[in-house]
Design a protein around this ligand. Structure first.
Ligand SMILES: C=C(O[C@@H]1C=C(C(=O)O)C=C[C@H]1O)C(=O)O
Length: 464
């Protein structure tokens, strides 16, 4: 009780709970002197394991870590984007928000994503993830411009909510303090099952044949899954830390769902919205990193002038330009791609900027852009049909939009590639590549191996 008495928002809170009927969100934001979102995430394990998230943007500009779930938003297959949005609106309409800071990603935030293809029957390993799945954390840390903010969200049912306020404040203080964690024994990788690679190469050839036989079908992205089996439960916290430290130029994300954790380090932004500005990314066309600076530069130069990769990339630019023009007042697309380098791979990259209406929801952009031809193909529906026929797995949230939206409907979603799902003693890792008429199954297999490297290294199965 001592804490609520001394808290500056006590008056507002008491007025609020006297006034409500039914469950309503009370949310407040405070600036804190020090802290580190990844420590916050780790410290939250004791109380919130299975309900945590982490999201670092690729500019390293903003990091958000969330703990607990005061509300989940889920939706079945049809109309899922609009459904999630209306559930979020309804929740926000009945909320009391105390946020003196004009910082995106503070205050109430829903974190989560949409599975790649809700029409696909769900794989056993994805059973903890609804096809559209968001949660609103109880405690959240946002790092922006070197400053730290903590958001507290509580859903109050009746006038007896004061103990809830105290309990959350107590946890917040503990989590922000320097907690020590007993060191966990690291699970040992026992087996890496690459799946049937010969069958996968056949499916790439089958996609090439379909594209050649169908003038309308231009590109299909095919993916594969590698399963890692350990001698004990894998520490997803440790994997997340390795990604965070080892992939400074990527989006690093983690999304827990009970005993499962989906995480990764993706170079690809689906969409970021700040007020009227909307950013999206065309990322397709890949080559290796060189062993020396010179070799690296030569590979980049070759990639920039390689017809197959340029065509693959251009399909993505065409679709994204068209969709953005349908939603924005103005759209800026550079004439030619540049090379984006991340630790294990380099890509052709065209950033796209649009001007939209401030009140447009980020989910509208997510719905329209997903899946881009970088992860689905061209034309979209037809390519999805081929993927459903040829890919013998459920992608789950791999290659899907994962991110956050705030109560002003701004936010950011990454395309969840270079990712994996950890379920107890197993890790399922995913990688894919764009198939066009010139694709060679062996080269495409090599490319998926290169794309698996960041996750393999992070789970302790890499060779560097
Ligand atoms: C499909 C993946 O990556 C996508 C495919 C790329 C390509 O085909 O060149 C490049 C970047 C991503 O858009 C993956 O990493 O799994």
């Amino acid at each position: 009780m001592a804490m609520i008495k001394g808290h500056p928002l006590k008056g507002a809170f008491v007025d609020f709970i006297n006034d409500i009927n039914g469950s309503t969100l009370f949310s407040y934001v405070e600036k804190v002197e020090k802290g580190d979102p990844i420590r916050f995430y780790e410290n939250g394990k004791e109380w919130y394991k299975g309900e945590r998230f982490y999201f670092k943007d690729r500019d390293g500009d903003r990091v958000i870590a969330g703990l607990g779930s005061v509300r989940t938003i889920q939706s079945a297959s049809s109309g899922r984007f609009a459904d999630v949005e209306s559930q979020w609106d309804a929740f926000m309409d009945r909320s009391s928000i105390h946020n003196p800071y004009d910082i995106y990603g503070t205050g109430p935030v829903a974190f989560g994503g949409f599975s790649f293809d809700p029409m696909r029957s769900q794989g056993e390993e994805w059973s903890r993830f609804a096809p559209s799945f968001f949660y609103v954390p109880e405690l959240m840390m946002t790092m922006y411009g070197g400053e730290m903010y903590v958001t507290v969200n509580m859903v109050c049912e009746d006038v007896d909510s004061s103990p809830l306020f105290d309990r959350i404040e107590e946890r917040k203080h503990a989590i922000l303090s320097d907690m020590k964690h007993p060191s966990e024994k690291e699970a040992v990788l026992m087996e890496l099952r690459a799946g049937n690679t010969a069958a996968w190469k056949k499916s790439v050839q089958a996609a090439v044949d379909k594209i050649k036989a169908d003038a309308e079908l231009k590109k299909v992205v095919l993916a594969r899954k590698v399963t890692a089996v350990f001698d004990g439960t894998v520490s997803s916290d440790r994997v997340l830390r390795r990604l965070d430290e080892g992939q400074p130029d990527s989006f690093v994300f983690s999304m827990e769902a009970m005993d499962s954790c989906f995480l990764g380090a993706s170079p690809e932004r689906l969409v970021k919205k700040r007020s009227q500005t909307v950013l999206t990314t065309c990322l397709a066309g890949s080559t290796a990193r060189g062993a020396t600076e010179q070799e690296d530069a030569e590979l980049a130069e070759e990639l920039l002038h390689d017809d197959k990769n340029r065509i693959e990339h251009d399909y993505v630019v065409q679709m994204i330009r068209q969709e953005m023009q349908s939603m924005c007042r103005s759209v800026t697309v550079p004439d030619a791609p540049v090379v984006m380098k991340v630790r294990d791979i380099q890509h052709l990259y065209t950033p796209v900027v649009g001007e939209a209406n401030e009140e447009d929801s980020i989910l509208r952009f997510v719905e329209t852009l997903h899946p881009t031809p970088a992860l689905g193909g061209l034309p979209g529906e037809k390519a999805l049909g081929v993927i459903r026929d040829l890919e013998e797995m459920d992608r789950g949230f791999y290659a899907a939009p994962v991110g956050w939206m705030d109560y002003r409907k701004n936010g950011e979603f990454a395309v969840a590639i270079r990712s994996g799902l950890i379920v107890q003693n197993e890790a399922f890792l995913y990688a894919g590549c764009g198939v066009v008429p010139d694709s060679n199954p062996e080269t495409e297999l090599d490319e998926t191996n290169m794309k698996l490297r960041p996750m393999l290294r992070a789970i302790g199965g890499g060779n560097e």
